[in-house]
Design a protein around this ligand. Structure first.
Ligand code: UD1
Length: 420
């Protein structure tokens, strides 16, 4: 299993480009299931999660063509011969987002059999809201032998209300509603920018959607959708992660092919921590002070502070001046990085969904273990500022969500090497 060796103590400086958003690409690729015509996507990141999804789509009968070289980010999907609306356990166990095929498959084929997902070990993460929504739209849904089985001749538009804000739940139901008979209203909808990117793609395919980006989304079903070309939005979490790495290291960097547009809550906190952040057209510059000031955060659905940036902020607070309180309100088990950060010398106390981080002046390199995707990112940040060598084990988690991580960090001057 690959490991990452980081020699800490370098102030990051220079420029690197941000990739397309994993969390936008995953639902948007699934949207191709809704049409018989080919759909082309650009700026698709080359990540293990994307590879897993493309394999899953291929075994359903979708023709997958992927560009190479400078076109590696272009993917064309042709679901005209879709004949097997099944997502088997072996293919979906590593990725919770595979549940995103459920809505489009039921809408297009009238039936779907999708394994209950695996993915990051950050809590129970049920899919009851996805199922409840499809049932309200007329589907017969059973959960048997670890599979969700949904059947319906044609979904019917309905008024849907989710018990909590769910991102993939909103996306699944929005896709399903595109081909339903009549109007669907999703209340308490997720407002994440990735939901908006998906809605934009669906509208380009002929869907009739309004309100994406607000908490009430209206979808008027149509008979069929058509092909289109869609560019995936920049990854705001990857952007935030590199900003945090530069901030913790006291560095100065420029990130291209991204923007501050969807990062207000994160940028605000970085500025509170003492960083200077300059927004350019399609780029962001950050200049960090020699030592950051602690910043408290509380995770919440968009536009509030994202749970996917919580671990990275724990790492920067570990070396900041002062004490920070971190409250995690989305997932019940998302502090697994804390014990690993403690191995590097961080002073962190966990109390339920709250972490108290007392900044220390220096972390020390050690061997640590990545436990989930964003937890791994926090260990990379900590390793970059720790004294000496840090070895991060189980970096397959990082490969799920960060494209060419070592290459990009090296472009910023970091001393990082992958050990096979
Ligand atoms: C998405 C993101 C993930 C991010 C998360 C929260 C993708 C592919 N993944 O995950 O990176 O961390 O949003 O911003 O976009 N819940 C239920 N029942 C459901 C659905 C959700 O109880 O049917 C709960 C979850 O357990 C969790 C909360 O609702 O506590 C939010 O989860 P949700 O927004 O659905 O997360 P994902 O869409 O899986």
């Amino acid at each position: 299993m690959d490991k990452l060796l980081i020699e800490g103590g370098v102030r990051l400086s220079g420029e690197t480009a941000i990739s397309g958003a994993k969390n936008a690409a995953l639902p948007i690729l699934c949207a191709a299931l809704l049409t018989r015509e080919p759909v082309t996507f650009t700026n698709v990141p080359q990540l293990n999660d994307i590879g897993t999804l493309l394999k899953l789509l291929a075994q359903m009968g979708v023709k997958v063509s992927r560009g190479s070289g400078s076109d590696a980010g272009t993917v064309t999907l042709d679901a005209s011969a879709l004949d097997n609306p099944v997502a088997p356990y072996e293919m979906v166990k590593t990725m919770r987002a595979s549940i995103l095929v459920l809505g489009p498959l039921v809408a297009r084929c009238g039936e779907a059999k999708v394994s209950l997902p695996g993915g990051c070990a950050i809590g129970a993460r049920p899919v009851d809201q996805h199922i409840k929504g499809l049932q309200a739209m007329g589907a017969q849904v059973t959960v048997e032998h670890g599979y969700v089985h949904a059947v319906v001749p044609r979904l019917k538009g309905a008024r849907l209300f989710t018990d909590m804000v769910t991102v993939t739940g909103t996306e699944n139901l929005m896709m399903a509603a595109c081909l339903a008979d009549g109007e669907t209203v999703i209340e308490n909808a997720a407002r994440e920018p990735e939901v908006v990117d998906l809605a934009n793609c669906l509208v380009a395919m002929g869907a009739r959607i309004s309100g994406a980006g607000t908490d009430v989304i209206r979808i008027r079903g149509v008979e069929q959708l058509s092909g289109t070309t869609h560019r995936i939005m920049p990854d705001r979490i990857e952007t935030g992660t590199y900003l945090c790495a530069a901030a913790a290291s006291g560095g100065e960097i420029r990130l291209t092919r991204t923007s501050t547009a969807y990062l207000d809550s994160v940028i605000d906190k970085l500025m509170d921590a003492g960083c200077e952040v300059i927004s350019e057209r399609d780029a962001i510059r950050l200049k960090a002070p020699a030592r950051l000031t602690s910043v408290s955060i509380r995770t919440s659905p968009y536009p509030a502070f994202p749970t996917d940036m919580q671990a990275q902020f724990m790492a920067i607070n570990a070396v900041a001046n002062g004490t920070a309180i971190i409250r995690e309100t989305i997932f019940e088990n998302r502090f697994m990085h804390a014990v690993e950060l403690q191995r590097l010398g961080a002073d962190i106390r966990i109390d339920g969904n709250m972490a108290v981080v007392q900044g220390v002046s220096q972390l020390q390199g050690a061997t640590v273990m990545a436990t989930d995707l964003r937890a791994s990112a926090s260990l990379v940040i900590a390793g970059l500022v720790a004294e000496g060598e840090t070895v991060i084990e189980r970096i397959y988690h990082l490969d799920r969500g960060y494209e060419r991580l070592e290459e990009k960090l090296a472009a910023l001057g970091a001393r990082v090497r992958r050990l096979a």
